[in-house]
Design a protein around this ligand. Structure first.
Ligand SMILES: [Zn+2]
Length: 332
């Protein structure tokens, strides 16, 4: 019986799996004996089914391996938790026996909770391991600081907590945000969220440090003007790099010019503040000092270097700007 290519190709999957009737098989084989197109189809079909079978097998091996690894991690985590519980029990008994109450026991408890958050906990978590670990570490660290602070009757908890949170946020928040499900503003504005959180925590830290040391005008007189200038500078740099659509050379040029000028004038600003609040009585610091390119001695070396940084920064920045702008114009 002669059959067409269409019928053959309908039958090919059944033929390849060896499940078609003997009549169909004979018809297909007769067709394949003279039709190269259908023979190629059969070859392709066989390769594909081999590939999918192989892929399925690989997947199941990986899954098995992962399950095995998870089980092993779970066991190790359970052992570590058990080991950490021993000192907890010992300290509970000793503290009760010695003081007839629990006081320093809570410090031991909080420290071991902190240890567990980075040793045992990650072994129990399979999804978002970094985020869960960082959150648990931060929480138990706060708990430990608070326990110790209460035990020694200190009033430094908020300074210590704000400092730790600021540091942890600056380092870990970018990784945590990248690890979260990317929905809404997270998808495009992770850096913005990090920068806003860092700025906020910087403000909180400065506030608590000021309150803790009962800061006078000298503290606020230095901290507030400098923060009022440098926080916006940091924001301008960030916004320029992240959201500005200019080419890299122009961005680099703007930053080089801006930052070399900022470094020159910030030195002047800091000197003024230092003189104004009486940390040093050197009135010559209060004004911008002249450039003596030909006189290099102890009195001029500082200001000469600052002038050189300013001049070379401006020169390099201008070159970058000019090259960048010409390239941009050419492209248009
Ligand atoms: Zn054919």
């Amino acid at each position: 019986m002669k059959i067409t290519c269409d019928i053959t190709q309908d039958l090919l999957p059944l033929y390849a799996d060896g499940v078609c009737s003997s009549d169909s098989r004979e018809a297909v084989e007769a067709h394949l004996s003279y039709c190269t197109k259908c023979r190629d189809m059969l070859k392709l079909l066989k390769n594909e089914s081999e590939e999918t079978a192989l892929a399925r097998e690989t997947d199941s091996v990986i899954m098995d391996q992962r399950k095995k690894q998870n089980r092993r991690a779970f066991t190790v985590g359970a052992v570590i938790s058990g080991i950490l519980l021993i000192p907890v029990l010992v300290c509970l008994i000793v503290n009760l026996a010695v003081a007839q109450a629990l006081d320093w026991f809570f410090i031991v408890l909080a420290s071991l909770a902190l240890t567990a958050s980075v040793t045992a906990l990650p072994l129990f978590v399979y999804k978002h391991r970094f985020t869960v670990t960082v959150c648990a570490f931060t929480l138990t660290l706060m708990l430990l600081l608070m326990t110790v602070c209460i035990y020694v009757g200190g009033d430094w908890f908020f300074v210590a907590a704000a400092g730790s949170l600021f540091g942890l946020t600056a380092v870990c928040l970018p990784i945590v945000l990248a690890d979260m499900p990317q929905i809404g503003a997270l998808k495009r504005h992770k850096a913005l969220i990090c920068f806003a959180a860092d700025t906020l925590l910087y403000g909180v830290l400065i506030l608590f440090v000021g309150l803790y040391i009962n800061a006078d005008n000298r503290f606020w007189g230095i901290v507030l003007p400098l923060s009022a200038i440098y926080i916006p500078v940091a924001w301008v740099i960030f916004l320029l790099l992240r959201y500005c659509r200019l080419n890299g050379l122009i961005k680099g040029g703007i930053l080089t010019v801006g930052l070399s000028a900022a470094s020159f004038f910030s030195n002047f600003l800091i000197n003024r503040l230092i003189v104004k609040f009486g940390f040093e009585s050197r009135p010559e610091y209060e004004s911008i000092q002249p450039f003596y390119p030909l006189t290099w001695n102890e009195a001029t070396v500082n200001q000469n270097i600052q002038w050189l940084i300013l001049i070379s920064g401006l020169a390099v920045g201008m070159v970058l700007l000019i090259v960048g702008i010409t390239r941009m114009l050419k492209r248009k």
